[in-house]
Design a protein around this ligand. Sequence first.
Ligand code: HEC
Length: 134
Amino acid sequence: MKHFIRLLTAFLIFMLTGFLAISQDDGEWVVPEKYKTMENPTENSKMNLRIGKVLYAKHCKSCHGSNGLGDGPKAASLDTFSGDFSSEVFQSQTDGELYYKTTFGKDEMPAFDKTIPSDEDRWLIVHYMRTFSE
Ligand code: HEC
């Protein structure tokens, strides 16, 4: 019996730590300093915004919605809210932060380093995401 209780306690502690680890993961999305300070190497021109828009429509809109409000057709099947791109909190991030998040993803946000292999294309989408600010 003693043995069983010890085993049960160990199991409960194991479950609890696992649970805490999962719930903590919902928190901060830490962007390495190296990326935070990166400057967008592409020009914020009309032509580039048009390319950014096409790429966004193809790869991002299904979850993030046409206006970046997180209300795309796939949004309902996600457990995580994908963010409000028109918000000040979102827009106050640096281009490098948005580039990092777009490139590497996190949990339900897919990584795009392979799906959109051109760095330049991902930087163009960053310019385009700026157009959602009010
Ligand atoms: C399958 C759905 C899905 C697709 C497709 C998707 N995203 Fe996301 N995205 C998410 C989710 C969910 C989050 C929130 C992740 C989290 O906080 O854990 C997110 C978060 C983000 C964030 C961070 C938001 C913030 O508040 O800081 C950025 C930037 C982003 N996505 C950009 C993009 C771009 C650019 C594309 C297309 C190239 C894209 N996403 C495609 C689901 C998606």
